[in-house]
Design a protein around this ligand. Structure first.
Ligand SMILES: Cc1cc2nc3c(=O)[nH]c(=O)nc-3n(C[C@H](O)[C@H](O)[C@H](O)COP(=O)(O)OP(=O)(O)OC[C@H]3O[C@@H](n4cnc5c(N)ncnc54)[C@H](O)[C@@H]3O)c2cc1C
Length: 481
C-alpha cells in the first residue's frame, strides 16, 4: 500500500543554491538553537549583534524577517511519536491526514469551514426547503490507480456514485452535444461536501479542529506553534500547508519558510463567479426534436457562463420541488469583474446576477428577458478558484523547516490532483520521520521546480473526459492506425 502511494523524488537540488557563505548566513537556527549557541553549520555566530537571530528585539531583524525571511532549521531529532499540523481541510489536507494515519502518524487538521470540511469540494444547503447546490467541484473522473482505490472506498461507504445524467457541451442558441459517457463521472450522493466530511470519519489518529483560522506559525523549541488570532492551537513536529491563495501567502510571509513562500507566490489563480439559482419550474430549454434535458453542460461562446448543472436532477432531490441550478462564469469574466470576495458590493452582485442570467438565456437559446425569474439566487465569488499554473510535482517539502505543501495546484486543477498531492505528501513526511530527520537533504522536494501553464476547462481538469469532437477525432485516428 505504502509503496503504491509513494511518488519517486525528482533529482535533489540544493535548497540554497549559492555560495556556502550565503548558506551559513541564511541557515540561522531560529527554532531550537539558543541565540548564543552555534548555528547549524557548527561555526560560531557573528559577534555583530545585528546579525543575531533575536526576533522581536531588533528592528533590523524584524525587517529582515518580513522582507527576506531567515530559514528555519530544526536540528533536534524527530520524536518517536511525531504529530503533524495540517492547515486546510480541503480534499488534499484530509487525504494527507488519512494517509499519515495509514503510516501510523498522528495529525490535527485545522479548517475554517463553518458548515463542514471540504473547501472547494463544497455543498450549500439553503433551509427550510432545503435547496441543495454543489457550489464548487461538480463531478470528477479517475485516471490514477491510487485515486481509484480512494474512490472505491467512497463508493463502498455509499458517499459517491456514478453520474449517469446527460452532460455535454452547450453552444450559443441551445446547441447541445453530449459528451461520451466514458470515462465514468462521479458525484457525491448527497453533494460533494459530505464526501469530504466522510474522509476522516473512521480515523483514530486524526483530530479535526473547525472552524479555526490559523493566523500564525511560530517555530520554537523544536516545534511549530500554531495560533488563531493570538489563541494558541498547540505545538507540532511538522506542518502541512494544504491551502493556497492570499491566505497562504500571508501565513507563510513571516514563518521562516522562504522557499515554501517563493513557490506559493509563483502560483497563479483564476477567479470564478458562481450563481446559485432555484426555479419553480424546470428550466425551459427550447423544444428541439428529440431533445433530452441535460444535467450538466460546459457552455461555449458565452462570456458570463462556462458551466451549468441541474443539481436537483443530479442529486435526485425532490423532483416536484424547485429546480436548483449552479452556474459558473468563465475565468475571463471573473477577472474582469473581480472584487474583494469577503465584501462584494451589492451593485456588483446585482450586475453579475443579471449578466449570468442573460448568459443562460443566450446559451439555451431563449429570447432576451424570457427566462423564468428564479425564486432564490445567491452569487458568490471564488476569488482563488483554480490554479492556472503548476510546478507539476506531487508535493513540496522543506526538511529543514519540517514543513510541506499539498494541494491541487501541485499537479493540476481537480479533485484527483488534490487527493494525489495529499497522498504523496503524507508518504513523504512519514518516510522523513522514519529516517529520524538525520539526512534532511534527501527529503527536499519541489522547492525549486519551475511552473508551467495548466490546460483544462475553466472549472478544472477532468482526466480522460473528451468532447464529442475529440472523441470522434480519436475514432478517426484509430481507424487509420
Ligand atoms: C468553481 C469551481 C468549480 C470546480 N469544479 C470542479 C469539478 O467539477 N471537478 C474537479 O475535479 N474539480 C473542480 N474544482 C477544483 C476542485 O474543487 C479543487 O481542485 C479541489 O477541491 C482543491 O482541494 P484542495 O484541498 O487543494 O484545496 P481547498 O479545497 O481550497 O482546501 C483548502 C482549505 O483550507 C482552508 N483554509 C484556508 N486558509 C486556512 C487557514 N489559515 N486556517 C485553516 N484553514 C484554512 C479553506 O477554508 C479550505 O477549506 C472546482 C473549483 C472551483 C473553484
Amino acid at each position: 500500500m505504502a509503496s503504491l502511494l509513494f511518488q519517486p523524488l525528482k533529482p535533489y537540488k540544493p535548497i540554497f543554491p549559492g555560495t556556502p557563505k550565503t548558506l551559513t548566513q541564511t541557515l540561522v537556527c531560529k527554532a531550537d538553537t539558543p541565540t548564543t549557541s552555534n548555528n547549524s553549520t557548527g561555526k560560531p555566530r557573528s559577534r555583530n549583534p545585528r546579525k543575531r537571530s533575536s526576533y522581536g528585539t531588533s528592528r533590523r531583524s524584524v525587517l529582515k524577517k518580513s522582507f527576506a525571511q531567515e530559514q528555519v532549521n530544526f536540528t533536534s531529532p524527530v520524536p518517536d511519536d511525531p504529530v503533524v499540523a495540517i492547515v486546510g481541510g480541503g480534499v488534499s489536507g484530509l487525504v494527507c491526514a488519512l494517509n499519515l494515519e495509514r503510516r501510523g502518524v498522528r495529525s490535527t487538521v485545522f479548517d475554517t469551514g463553518m458548515h463542514g470540511l471540504g473547501g472547494r469540494m463544497g455543498t450549500r444547503i439553503i433551509d427550510p426547503q432545503p435547496l441543495v447546490f454543489d457550489h464548487a467541484a461538480q463531478f470528477f473522473t479517475v485516471s490514477d490507480a491510487r485515486f481509484r482505490e480512494l474512490v472505491d472506498s467512497w463508493l463502498e461507504k455509499g458517499v459517491v456514485r456514478e453520474w449517469e445524467g446527460l452532460i455535454g457541451e452547450l453552444e450559443v442558441g441551445g446547441n447541445f452535444s453530449p459528451i461520451p459517457s466514458s470515462p465514468t463521472r462521479y458525484i457525491g450522493v448527497n453533494g460533494m461536501r459530505p464526501v469530504a466530511d466522510s474522509i476522516l470519519s473512521r480515523s483514530h489518529l486524526v483530530n479535526v479542529v473547525r472552524p479555526c483560522w490559523i493566523s500564525r506559525l511560530d517555530p520554537f523549541n523544536g516545534m511549530w506553534h500554531l495560533s488563531e488570532n493570538g489563541k494558541p492551537q498547540g505545538g507540532f513536529d511538522a506542518i502541512v500547508i494544504a491551502h493556497n491563495g492570499k491566505c497562504a501567502n500571508r501565513l507563510l510571509s513571516s514563518s521562516g519558510l522562504p522557499l515554501l513562500m517563493k513557490q506559493m507566490k509563483s502560483l497563479e489563480l483564476s477567479s470564478i463567479w458562481a450563481l446559485l439559482a432555484a426555479f419553480e419550474k424546470p428550466l425551459i430549454v427550447p423544444a428541439r426534436e428529440n431533445f433530452t434535458p441535460f444535467e450538466g453542460a460546459f457552455v461555449k461562446g458565452v462570456d458570463s457562463i462556462s458551466w451549468m448543472a441541474n443539481n436537483t436532477n443530479k442529486l435526485r432531490s425532490q423532483s416536484d420541488g424547485p429546480q436548483c441550478w449552479t452556474f459558473f462564469s468563465t475565468a475571463s469574466y471573473g477577472k474582469q469583474n473581480k472584487v474583494p470576495q469577503e465584501n462584494i458590493p451589492n451593485v456588483t452582485a446585482e450586475k453579475v446576477k443579471r449578466d449570468m442570467l442573460e448568459g443562460v438565456e443566450v446559451a439555451i437559446g431563449l429570447s432576451r428577458g424570457s427566462l423564468e425569474q428564479p425564486i432564490y439566487t445567491r452569487v458568490q465569488l471564488w476569488g482563488a478558484a483554480l490554479p492556472t499554473n503548476t510546478p507539476n510535482i506531487p508535493c513540496i517539502f522543506d526538511p529543514y523547516g519540517r514543513a510541506g505543501i499539498c494541494g491541487d495546484w501541485l499537479l493540476g486543477s481537480s479533485v484527483e490532483a488534490a487527493a494525489l498531492s495529499g497522498m504523496a505528501l503524507a508518504d513523504h513526511i512519514a518516510d522523513y520521520f522514519e529516517s529520524g530527520g538525520a539526512r534532511p537533504d534527501e527529503f527536499a522536494i519541489g522547492l525549486h521546480d519551475a511552473f508551467q501553464p495548466i490546460k483544462g476547462h475553466d472549472i478544472g481538469q477532468f482526466p480522460g473526459l473528451k468532447s464529442k469532437e475529440q472523441a470522434s477525432e480519436t475514432e478517426t485516428c484509430s481507424t487509420y492506425a
